[in-house]
Design a protein around this ligand. Structure first.
Ligand SMILES: CC/C=C\C/C=C/C(=O)SCCNC(=O)CCNC(=O)[C@H](O)C(C)(C)COP(=O)(O)OP(=O)(O)OC[C@H]1O[C@@H](n2cnc3c(N)ncnc32)[C@H](O)[C@@H]1OP(=O)(O)O
Length: 736
């Protein structure tokens, strides 16, 4: 049988639009506009195969072990390249009079999978992954995927794949009926065997466009519930809802009409700001992986050290999550606590977490080997840390305690070991000063729950070596997290930008708002959780202890300090007062809200708090006023963004993408706005500046509302696009 592949040299059908990863990369690097060459080549190839009587079947495969990562994402924002007509090509494949078999290796994603759906048979390697991730890019599978997939695997499974964009392994694809066969060996050979076998068999039943969508006894009710679920989970993101509508069209309309609906919905999404933001977020995540420091260190100058065995010190909430994360990544761990009581408590909690994780993984290819002491060992003996390659200290935020531990580590650990501190704000240099090897000390700020949250802020100190940074970045990748390298300052990037946001939220309460109004405004904006619900979840006592440590409240506050002022600036004692009233948040059922029980999750507005706020305003002579949603959003978000400009100007982060990746992955910032800095660029920097100026004039005692000089400069030079921002920073202004 003559063989026709998309990428065979004799056909010279290179996949510039639907390419394997290698090709996509080459294409991006070449800066050539994406042409319709691939589509044309596909069309020509299929027609040639159809016309050639010696061709009995067609096999479509990728190159270098990868079927296709889909369309070039950059093409969607390039006006000339829009609307590439893949759909008709998929139809052309399906209408071929000769059987077409897709040989799926590596990945078949997006347009790549849609090509495979046009084929009459699909065969996949056992290690292949498939998915329609367009929704994560703010789009929908616009090459007929929303109409074919439900016909092949049914509505519930298709909706799940299309509205979440998840990648599924070949084993699951086989169970769903997405592929006809999976193979462990050579997929291409297996596909050719299959093609040979099916020559002459009727193709009608294999054409998905001709199949009805499988019926459900309760389709109406199922779709009604699904609509509610998708909307709730989307939190303001348009794409999941429009994906849902496209799939629903498949259940209600004939194929051709369904396609028309798919095209309409695709155009709505394509022109939406959300798609641009989500595509920016895709590349931002990859950009932060190419880390660099102001001194010029980067992947090219630093190699990561292997981490064969790690240790975690402290089995509180953070330590437990970090141990779980390491075990899940197959890194043997020594877990250390100060005494047997804490150790046993920590061990129990870690085992519980791991059992839950193992349950989630059941049926998947992976298993968790955590009962084996060679993989996970609990101890109170510091000496067992002698031969580990990396230690993550995760005790509570106390500088003296951390320094004591690092002093000990410096003596005990082997010379090359990397010493990491899990801190959300403390000075890395001061911690490193307790050791004789500051070049190996680095901050690794995990986010709670550490085995779930994707972000890892990696903080280098003055002496941290490039190889230490590379090792921490490699660790992030192994833990399936996104590592972001940042400089050392109080709160680093994430928390530093969070301070003004939370500060404004509390000031708004002083002036007349309520926790539920502020939370609602920010949750409507798309945050997973508003600042007051978040504070109740984290525990109000955490911030209280930190403010006591900084001398802002508590016994060390000098007598006669005005209640609402510190160092000549506005200060709100409200959070301190709540703690003094024994309100610590969810943990004791009362904080900014009340809860059904200690540890309860359902926040209910609390009349006690409303009354308390009124009395507080009376005591301090504050005139209550109505604060609208616009003011809540502008004051909270723009003050956070303003701090972001300060972070950039000081060289704490090497670009706005870093701040955006941190906020999207660690702070629940809505991804469909791209992150705070991308959002600012879409609002327009002149508007952000004007609003900050207005609020700063109204609140001259709040320095964090004063527009940052870098923001002002960007406005003065004409509001350049985000990718040009950093070029306006002079070298001298970078602190590090
Ligand atoms: C009218 C209707 C038209 C079309 C419908 C079709 C729509 C689509 O197909 S939309 C695209 C759908 N595909 C995806 O969303 C896949 C995105 N890519 C990935 O998920 C991952 O890259 C991967 C699983 C394919 C590989 O992951 P990994 O091995 O971790 O590598 P990286 O993610 O670091 O990627 C390496 C390199 O390749 C670039 N890249 C990957 N995929 C694409 C793509 N589809 N378009 C453009 N560029 C892509 C990625 O950015 C990396 O390069 P840089 O480091 O230079 O950024």
């Amino acid at each position: 049988m003559p063989r026709f592949t998309l990428t065979g040299s004799h056909t010279s059908l290179s996949l510039d639009l639907f390419a394997d990863l290698h090709k996509v990369k080459a294409l991006l690097a070449s800066a050539e506009p994406v042409s319709g060459a691939v589509l044309q080549a596909l069309e020509d190839g299929l027609k040639k195969a159809g016309a050639d009587s010696s061709v009995k079947a067609v096999m479509i495969c990728g190159e270098n072990g990868k079927f296709s990562a889909g369309a070039d994402i950059r093409g969607f924002s390039a006006p000339k390249k829009r609307g590439g007509a893949l759909g008709p090509i998929v139809s052309l494949i399906e209408s071929s009079e000769k059987p077409v078999v897709a040989a799926i290796e590596g990945v078949a994603l997006g347009g790549g999978l849609e090509v495979a759906l046009g084929c009459h048979y699909r065969i996949a390697h056992a290690k292949a992954r498939m998915g329609l991730p367009e929704v994560t890019l703010g789009l929908l599978p616009g090459a007929e995927g929303t109409q074919r997939l439900p016909r092949l695997i049914g509505v519930p499974a298709a909706l799940d794949m299309i509205t979440t964009g998840k990648h599924i392994p070949a084993t699951e694809a086989l169970k769903l009926g997405l592929v006809d066969e999976i193979v462990e060996e050579n997929t291409i050979e297996a596909a050719i065997r299959l093609a040979n076998k099916v020559i002459g068999q009727p193709l009608g039943p294999r054409r998905l466009s001709l199949k009805p969508v499988p019926k459900l006894p309760n389709m109406e009710a199922f779709l009604r519930d699904a609509a509610v679920r998708v909307k709730r989970q989307a939190r303001g993101c348009l794409a999941p809802e429009l994906c849902f509508q496209a799939v629903r069209a498949a259940t209600e309309l004939p194929f051709a009409e369904g396609l028309r609906r798919e095209r309409e919905l695709f155009q709505v999404l394509l022109s939406s700001g959300q798609a641009r933001a989500l595509q920016y977020a895709f590349f931002a995540e990859r950009a932060v992986h190419r880390w660099a420091t102001p001194t010029g260190a980067s992947w090219s100058s630093a190699a990561p050290q292997p981490v064969r065995r790690a240790a975690v010190i402290g089995l509180g909430t953070m330590g437990r999550g970090i141990v779980t994360s390491l075990v899940k990544a197959n890194i043997p761990v020594v877990a250390l606590e100060q005494d047997l009581e804490y150790l046993n408590k920590g061990r129990k909690a870690v085992m519980l977490l791991l059992e839950r994780e193992a349950m989630k993984m059941e049926g998947g290819a992976q298993t968790l080997d955590f009962h084996n002491p060679a993989r996970l060992q609990f101890t109170v003996d510091f000496d067992l840390l002698r031969d580990v390659d990396l230690v993550i200290e995760a005790v509570f935020e106390n500088m003296a305690l951390k320094k004591e531990i690092f002093h000990k580590l410096s003596k005990i650990c082997k010379p090359g070991a990397l010493l990491c501190t899990n801190t959300s704000a403390l000075n890395i240099d001061e911690i490193a000063s307790a050791t004789s090897r500051p070049q190996q000390v680095i901050g690794t700020h995990f986010f709670s729950p550490a085995h779930v949250m994707r972000l890892l802020e990696i903080i280098y100190g003055r002496h941290t070596s490039p190889s230490a940074i590379a090792t921490a970045m490699q660790l992030a990748k192994t833990l399936k997290k996104v590592g972001v390298v940042v400089g050392n300052c109080f709160g680093f990037v994430g928390n530093r930008m969070m301070f003004p946001y939370v500060e404004q939220a509390v000031f708004l309460l002083e002036e007349g708002s309520r926790p539920e109004a502020v939370d609602q405004a920010l949750e409507d904006f798309g945050f997973k959780i508003g600042p007051f619900r978040m504070s109740d979840l984290a525990g109000l006592d955490v911030g209280w202890r930190s403010r006591q440590g900084q001398g802002l409240t508590g016994p060390s506050l000098p007598a006669g300090t005005p209640a609402r002022q510190r160092h000549g600036q506005r200060y709100s004692p409200l959070p301190d007062l709540l703690c003094e009233h024994g309100r610590f948040g969810q943990k004791n059922a009362k904080g900014w809200y009340q809860y059904e029980k200690a540890g309860g999750r359902t926040a209910t507005p609390d009349p006690w708090l409303h009354n308390f706020l009124s009395q507080y305003r009376d005591t301090h002579g504050i005139k209550t006023r109505f604060i609208d949603q616009e003011e809540i959003l502008e004051r909270c978000l723009f003050s956070l963004i303003n701090e972001g400009f300060a972070v950039l100007a000081e060289g704490i982060a090497s670009g706005p993408e870093h701040l955006d990746v941190i906020y999207v992955n660690g702070y629940g910032w809505p991804k469909h706005t791209g992150g705070p800095m991308f959002y600012a660029s879409t609002v327009g920097l002149p508007r952000v500046l004007a609003k900050l100026q207005k609020y700063s004039e109204a609140h001259p005692d709040v320095p964090r509302l004063r527009p940052n000089a870098f923001l002002k400069k960007l406005v003065a030079v004409g509001n350049p696009p985000i990718k040009e921002w950093m070029s306006y920073l002079s070298q001298q202004s970078a602190k590090l």
